[in-house]
Design a protein around this ligand. Structure first.
Ligand code: SF4
Ligand code: SF4
Length: 187
């Protein structure tokens, strides 16, 4: 009997406590700046892609969540500076654990992670993101690839430009308006 009264007392007192329920999705939470959310494949300021299809991200991934197939650029059809580009790029968000090892492995900082965390779905197929979904949107001053290199003669010119941009403007992706990229800000 005493235990029952204690239980009712606890329930009664709980009515006056501060409610901790989160009203998601009506009230979405702001993440920490370095939160590892959805990935993004970045572009150079002229619109060419930074990904060179090297597969280092896929090899670094402990969950085997990334699939990459590279292909050769040609002078008629160029998607990135240099020899190769990522023809097929997929991330399986059923496998990804958000560890960020892939963005650490990327030699061109093509791959970064945004703060977007709404990645739930009821379709397995829809959780395999393709290159078209992952690549950063074109801004007003960018041109959709394929197109020739506009910012230099060689891929080295592009890397040097990127280095200069970083040191003069801060995060180049944010300067280009391509959204938050925690990987770029905090490699
Ligand atoms: S964040 Fe980790 S688990 Fe997800 S794709 Fe990158 S390396 Fe793989
Ligand atoms: S995202 Fe980076 S590591 Fe992955 S294939 Fe492209 S260039 Fe290589």
């Amino acid at each position: 009997m005493l235990d029952a009264l204690k239980g009712f007392g606890l329930t009664f007192r709980s009515q006056f406590r501060k409610v901790t329920t989160e009203l998601y999705p009506e009230d979405t939470k702001v993440t920490a700046p370095r939160y590892h959310g959805r990935h993004q494949l970045n572009r150079y300021p002229d619109g060419l892609e930074k990904c060179i299809g090297c597969e280092l991200c896929a090899w670094a991934c402990p969950a085997d969540a990334i699939y990459v197939e590279g292909a050769d650029n040609t002078e008629q059809e160029r998607y990135s500076p240099g020899e190769r580009y990522g023809r097929i790029y997929q991330i399986n968000y059923l496998r990804c654990i958000g560890c960020g090892l892939c963005i650490e492995a990327c030699p061109t900082r093509a791959l970064t992670m945004t703060n977007e965390y709404e990645l739930a779905d009821d379709s397995r197929q829809d959780l395999i993101f393709t290159k078209e979904q992952l690549v950063a949107p074109l801004t007003a001053d960018m041109e959709a690839p394929p197109h020739p290199m506009r910012l230099g003669e060689t891929d080295q010119d592009y890397y040097t430009l990127e280095y200069t941009l970083e040191n003069t403007l801060g995060d180049p992706a944010e300067a280009q308006g391509s959204g938050p990229t925690s990987g770029e800000a905090h490699p």
